[in-house]
Ligand binder design. Structure first.
Ligand code: SF4
Length: 745
């Protein structure tokens, strides 16, 4: 890449090269773009053709960044609430005034109820490494930071399962991302097939994988296999689509294992030398022959056999797993089964297979390490840690469902103050039964909210609002997979300022210096990033800016070379030193050591009587190009493309219930209801409906009880609280039941 990140143009404008990070956008994809700025205004965004991964391609979300950053409703100054909460009465204040109020309150709660009475909620994050952990542990000093998604059902389970089973970071498919010459790299092998399991990367661009890379692979000859209840764009171009019943994935994965093992299609050498528990797994999968699995999953038996044979005979054929693995109370077993398929078919850590990173590195490691700055007796008070050891071993947060219980009951102690770090979670993004959260959170005595726009969450609970910048307005580092598989690191370069916004790390430093100066020796974000980069990479933040993107070297077959274990011995960094097909850790936590299928809590097989009343299987939350969870609803271009919340219904089912294209429809079940617009499509199974998530209406009344219409289309009111797996992970966001009927607009 050109060694210059900022260029002045003849017309008085300048151009800044940068890498993207939400908002708008996704988690750490780090797309390369050029920001054209004049007179303090962002004029235009274009893709950076020199960026080795994204090569000039951008989504509509980043292309509409000028509308976002200069939007009249952006909150760009600190504010304090005047009047009652939810009255929509706010007053601009200075940062010093905001800090004075906040510091006084934190000290008051610390003295009267202990630091643990404060809880920090984190959402999608505004910088590459989710600064709500250090904000809680190191700046404020509370052990309670909470990601409120029931069963921690996003990304955390996949990372934890990989750590337990492989002792590694995030297993990403090999798309030649580590190499500047990409697919031409000597030693890189093109995957013959890629399995997309519960994932639509074109729209989701997840964490360390730019979705369009699949198009790159397909152009070169890779074939797709899609496992999904919906037939999305990629599935229409796939060789196989396994359109399964939502929530039945684990049975399908075990059925594939049944064929691969019984037909002896596995990699014998890998199984013998690098796995633990193969015989036990072999015995377990006998319970899942293709004909039974076909009945459970609705996938034709022959397709299961065909795909299993492809996985067993075509190498490399990596599996890319998606959110559907996490949003499933049976998802730990699904993850275990998928990693087992990848391992026994010889796809781990080989060219074109699945790459493995360390469980944490650089900024990702730092955000966990700051917890050691807290005294043990305080750390032990973390909500839900004792009750859910599997989850609390891997995740440094509270247990989300337990946190709601604590808010409701005051047990084991009362929570009194909340801090919402870019988390709009009463909108249907991450909380199950947000109506319960809403009532429980109302009891907090003081709340701080950080965000870019006013949201229903901020309006309902906020006493102080702190404005966040977009990635275009601050310096930072984007590291893919949060350091768990750093395919590259990119520089986020500040191009201009809007108002008085402060980035997550700036807020951590400023508050930290006031409350715990011993933890915060840095004066600027740049100093902080220098200290993060130099020890491991030997480069400064400025060096990274000039490089644009840093691609670390990748070594295949690390398990043979002693590069995965801390003791330097060959093998995997697990208790047995092997890939644990039979998990020693699961057993120690009272869970079955082998994967098994468990029916969803509600569905045609587990609750047939209820299913008569609620005859659809409900799945939620598939991604759109126009939004990232609850963001962007106020951006005109994006709203024009995607104006309403939508429920997808098969035309035959719609006809049966008198529903036509564009009708407003109520989805209802035992827990709640939501209003969405019908979209009739044959791409969904007739017994399934899919509802979009994240809806609220910034154009509507902000005041309580309306809160921008947050309860109108709130699909998460249909998802029950604490219907989670035995280890504490997974919730039924993708496998519930409901009925659907027409309603007036
Ligand atoms: S994936 Fe799309 S929205 Fe996200 S950062 Fe990249 S271009 Fe922006």
């Amino acid at each position: 890449m050109e060694n210059q990140w900022k260029k002045f143009n003849q017309d008085g404008s300048y151009t800044v090269r940068t890498c993207g990070w939400s908002p708008p956008g996704d988690h750490p994809v780090g797309c390369g773009m050029k920001l054209h700025v004049k007179d303090g205004k962002l004029l235009k965004v274009e893709g950076d053709p020199e960026h080795p991964i994204t090569q000039g391609r951008l989504c509509i979300r980043c292309l509409s960044l000028p509308e976002y950053v200069h939007h009249p409703q952006r909150i760009t100054y600190p504010m304090k609430r005047v009047g009652e909460r939810g009255e929509d009465k706010w007053q601009r204040i200075s940062w010093d005034e905001a800090w004075d109020i906040i510091v006084e309150k934190i000290n008051y709660f610390k003295e009267t109820s202990g630091m643990e009475s404060i809880v920090v909620f984190g959402g999608t994050g505004r910088e590459a490494c989710l600064y709500y952990y250090p904000l809680a542990f190191s700046s404020i000093g509370t052990p309670n930071c909470c990601y409120a998604l029931s069963g921690w059902s996003c990304y955390g389970p996949r990372c934890s399962i990989t750590d337990y089973i492989l002792g590694a970071g995030y297993p990403e498919i090999d798309f030649a991302g580590y190499y500047p010459d990409r697919y031409e790299h000597e030693g890189y092998v093109l995957p013959k097939y890629v399995v997309l399991w519960g994932k639509n990367p074109l729209m989701s661009n997840p964490d360390g994988f730019f979705g369009h890379s699949l198009i790159d692979l397909m152009k070169r000859g890779t074939k797709m296999i899609c496992v999904d209840p919906r037939i999305h764009w990629l599935a229409t171009r796939a060789e196989y689509v396994l359109q399964l019943r939502p929530g039945s994935d684990t049975a399908l994965a075990l059925g594939l294992l049944n064929v691969i093992i019984n037909e002896e299609l596995y990699d014998r050498d890998f199984v013998e030398n690098w796995t633990y528990g193969f015989e036990e797994l072999k015995e377990r999968v006998q319970e899942y022959p293709p004909e039974i699995v076909s009945e459970i999953t609705w996938v034709p038996k022959q397709k299961i056999i065909d795909v299993a044979r492809i996985l067993g005979t075509c190498h490399p054929a990596p599996i890319q797993w998606g959110l559907a693995v996490d949003e499933n109370p049976n998802g730990v077993q699904l993850g275990h089964a998928l990693l087992s398929i990848a391992a026994i078919t010889g796809n781990l850590d080989v060219p074109g297979g699945i790459t493995l990173g360390p469980p944490a590195s650089m900024l990702g490691k730092w955000r966990m390490e700051v917890r050691s700055q807290m005294p043990n007796e305080l750390w032990e008070k973390r909500i839900g840690a004792a009750e859910w050891p599997a989850l609390s071993t891997a995740m440094a947060t509270t247990h989300p469902d337990e946190t709601l219980d604590t808010l409701e009951t005051g047990k084991p102690y009362k929570l009194r103050m909340g801090w919402f770090n870019s988390s709009n979670f009463i909108t249907p993004t991450c909380s199950a039964q947000p109506d319960r959260w809403y009532r429980a959170l109302k009891q907090l005595e003081f709340c701080v909210v950080q965000d870019c726009f006013m949201t229903p969450t901020a309006q309902a609970f906020g006493d102080i609002f702190l404005p966040l910048p977009t990635f275009a307005e601050h310096d930072g580092v984007v590291i893919t997979h949060f350091g768990r598989n750093a395919i590259f690191l990119g520089a986020i370069n500040k191009a201009f300022e809007v108002g008085e916004c402060k980035s997550d790390i700036e807020v951590c430093i400023e508050l930290g210096k006031r409350l715990h100066p011993e933890h915060w020796p840095w004066n600027t974000a740049e100093e902080f990033f220098d200290d993060q980069l130099k020890p491991e990479l030997g480069i400064s933040f400025d060096d990274l800016r000039n490089m644009g993107v840093y691609q670390p070297n990748y070594e295949y077959k690390k398990y043979e070379k002693g590069l995965l274990r801390f003791d330097g011995e060959p093998g995997f960094n697990t208790v047995t030193g092997m890939v644990e097909l039979c998990s020693t850790l699961f057993e120690s936590w009272g869970e079955d050591a082998l994967p098994y299928f468990k029916e969803p809590h509600y569905g045609p097989n587990s609750t047939p009587e209820l299913f008569k009343e609620y005859p659809f299987v409900l799945t939620t939350g598939a991604r759109k190009f126009t939004s990232f969870h609850s963001e962007h609803r106020q951006i005109p271009t994006l709203r024009e493309i995607d104006p309403d919340p939508v429920v997808e219904i098969h035309p035959d089912s719609a006809e049966k219930y008198g529903i036509k294209e564009g009708d407003w429809v109520c989805l209802e079940n035992m827990f709640g209801k939501a209003k969405l617009k019908a979209h009739l499509t044959a791409t969904i199974h007739p017994k399934v409906v899919h509802a979009t998530h994240g809806w609220w209406f910034p154009e509507q009344d902000a005041k309580e009880p309306h809160l921008y219409g947050v309860w109108e289309s709130n699909i998460n009111t249909l998802i029950p609280h604490k219907h989670i797996g035995k280890l504490g992970f997974g919730a039924p966001f993708k496998s519930l039941i409901c009925k659907a009927y027409r309603v007036e607009e």
